[in-house]
Design a protein around this ligand. Structure first.
Ligand SMILES: Nc1ncnc2c1ncn2[C@@H]1O[C@H](COP(=O)(O)OP(=O)(O)OP(=O)(O)O)[C@@H](O)[C@H]1O
Length: 244
């Protein structure tokens, strides 16, 4: 089966520094894959490279088998890949509804209200706050809005960079559960770059552990957690946080 998203020996860097070395991964429909790893491991660099925001130094990115590396970001969006950056980048002075409308700017206008309604079913909090400005929402609600906005045009691949950042554990859990729910219902594939291994592993089908730009290990969560070396070095939070 052709992967929805495939990274084939992707190399990325800044100036003279190589930050991600020949990274390969695949993501299939309806699956949630995490890229885990400590600060500075190269997670953000990887998702920015896939989104077309950073040129590849080597290797290839394919979406549904089609090579997209070298495409500018808007063409990658047109190939139905959505990206929620760290920091969310919402339009703070605009309402929840208008932020969602902007997320649907590539859609046929008449399809926008129905799609918004569908997303309100997954994110009822956003329906309650539809007329409020994005800047007045709580951190968790802002993260939900950023994710819902990215989902407006029904992407086949959704990439989330550090969705747990700044959220309380209960809110994080809620956000991850909704993401899993949407992915399963809509058959989207989700790639999560995340430092919080505990939360990510709970909803992940397959994880890659990245350290200084190299994959140290990969596999289903149970397999990674069974590896004492990997668990101790990279998944500490997963263990401290209790069973995943
Ligand atoms: N614009 C930049 N210019 C130069 N070096 C950079 C730039 N952005 C990131 N780096 C370096 O690349 C390495 C990987 O950073 P990256 O942000 O991808 O890590 P990360 O795994 O996402 O970590 P974090 O969770 O802290 O964001 C780090 O050593 C960082 O200092």
């Amino acid at each position: 089966m052709t992967a929805l998203l495939e990274l084939d020996r992707v190399t990325l860097g800044y100036g003279k520094i190589v930050v991600v070395h020949e990274l390969s991964l695949r993501l299939d429909a309806g699956r949630i894959v995490s890229v885990l790893g400590p600060n500075g491991a190269g997670k953000t660099t990887t998702v920015r490279g896939v989104a077309g925001l950073l040129p590849l130094r080597g290797g290839e990115v394919r979406l549904g088998g089609k090579r997209v590396s070298g495409f500018p970001p808007h063409r990658i969006v047109a190939e139905r890949l959505a990206y929620v950056p760290q920091g969310r980048e919402l339009f703070a002075d605009m309402s929840v509804r208008d932020n969602l409308r902007l997320g649907g700017f590539t859609m046929r206008r008449r399809d926008v209200p129905a799609r918004m309604e569908e997303l309100f079913e997954f994110f009822p909090r956003l329906r309650e706050r539809a007329g409020q400005t994005a800047g007045s929402l709580s951190g968790g609600e802002q993260q939900m809005l950023a994710i819902a906005r990215a989902l407006m045009p029904r992407p086949t691949v959704l990439m989330l960079d550090e969705p747990s950042a700044g959220l309380a554990p209960r809110t994080m859990r809620h956000v991850f559960d909704i993401v899993a729910d949407v992915a399963r219902s809509e058959g989207a594939a989700v790639l999560i770059a995340e430092q919080n291994a505990h939360q990510a592993l709970r909803v992940t089908d397959h994880a890659y552990v990245l350290n200084t730009g190299v994959i140290e290990a990969s596999g289903p969560p149970a397999e990674l957690l069974a590896d004492d070396r990997i668990r101790a070095a990279y998944l500490g939070e997963a263990v401290e946080g209790g069973p995943v």
